[in-house]
Write a protein of this length. Structure first.
Length: 367
């Protein structure tokens, strides 16, 4: 009888795409394994996971609101309802293991699995672990982490350093800059900046780019600009018809965008930092200031403390970002130095290492 695995989590591309990468690796090693994703209704995983070829079930679950605490009044109701939904999913799917990648659905799925004695596995992508993962890790079989020093959060015996899984379309399908620029209608001879605030966008970064467009163009810098959903029409209208600017809410072929880019401006989510590291792209990182436990600052500092990235605080973006882009864009020596430092960091094949470990520990022979 084939093994069955539930993969829980989502909310952002930083959780969804690594989960899909691990699912793909599981199917590579064991094509007969059945995989079911569990996400949160209304979140982007409900669209992205089916697009990747996997089935998904949605829970009525919301997360803890740190900034607007009064919205947490209904949280216990949603949590109870989600556990009832998870019980129904487990009864019908009967999984042999549950893997959590972070996001609202991870907690009820893995906690229920632990109650039922089903092996659970956790991936913590950030340098500062979230509270839910710290709690769940106490009964998890394996906890996959991005680097050293995570013993302060998790039981040492459960930790496996794998790095963060990334999309194969980004790492394995790099193309020459000239070819990539052509796909975006850009000039191969100009410095190209990839600006990406994540799947949901980044208001401070977008506003700084919007105000700085004339200055950036005057400096001979062209832009691939993923605006995200928030105020996307405003930003894309400002770029419409302008030479050497490509703009969209979302970039489907992110591998091509990275291939075209000489440097990257990004939030400091774990997946963004991992992709930047593995692709050895000089970057300017702007941590999201309201991230849980301020984990994005910890992620960015992992690179900036080694002079492998530039860190700008969110409240300094308007004053510093555009000038920092121009300075780094014009300094080829510094970009080469950053590329060299990045080449010594990061872990490859995280998706395959995680897949092998999960399959082995649920009793599946891996070829």
């Amino acid at each position: 009888m084939s093994k069955r695995i539930i993969i829980a989590g989502g909310g952002t591309g930083g959780h969804i795409f690594p989960a899909v990468a691990v699912a793909d690796a599981i199917k590579l090693f064991a094509p007969d394994v059945q995989i079911l994703f569990v996400g949160a209704k209304g979140k982007m995983e409900m669209e992205k996971v089916p697009a990747a070829g996997y089935s998904i079930r949605g829970l009525d679950i919301v997360g803890l609101q740190r900034a607007q605490w009064w919205k947490n009044i209904l949280l216990p109701f949603y949590l109870i309802k989600s556990f009832l939904q998870v019980r129904h999913i487990f009864k019908s799917f009967q999984p042999d293991g549950a893997f959590g990648v972070g996001g609202y659905s991870t907690f009820p799925v893995l906690r229920y699995a632990q109650w039922k004695g089903i092996p659970t596995f956790i991936h913590e992508s950030n340098s500062f672990a979230g509270k839910a993962n710290i709690w769940l890790a106490k009964k998890a079989i394996s906890v996959y982490v991005s680097g050293y020093g995570m013993e302060k959060f998790f039981p040492k015996k459960s930790i496996i350093i794998t790095g963060n899984p990334v999309r194969n379309s980004i790492i394995e399908k790099s193309i020459p800059k000239a070819e990539a620029c052509e796909k975006f209608g850009l000039n191969k001879n100009l410095i190209t900046v990839l600006v990406v605030g994540g799947s949901l966008g980044a208001r401070s970064i977008n506003e700084a780019i919007l105000q700085g467009l004339p200055k950036l163009k005057a400096a001979g810098i062209q832009i691939i600009w993923q605006t995200g959903k928030y105020n996307s029409e405003k930003y894309q209208q400002s770029a419409k018809g302008q030479e050497n600017i490509w703009s969209s809410t979302f970039i489907n072929e992110m591998g091509d965008a990275f291939s075209a880019a000489d440097l990257v401006v990004s939030r400091a989510g774990a997946m963004s930092v991992t992709e930047i590291t593995l692709l050895m792209k000089p970057s300017i990182l702007v941590p999201y200031p309201l991230a849980a436990e301020d984990h994005q600052t910890a992620n960015a500092q992992y690179l900036s403390n080694q002079n492998a990235a530039i860190l700008i605080a969110d409240n300094e973006v308007n004053n510093q970002l555009v000038d920092a882009i121009i300075q780094l864009g014009n300094d080829s020596v510094k970009r080469l130095d950053i590329e060299h430092k990045l080449s010594t960091l990061g872990y490859r094949n995280a998706d395959k290492e995680i897949a092998k470990d999960i399959l082995t520990k649920i009793g599946k022979i891996v070829n």
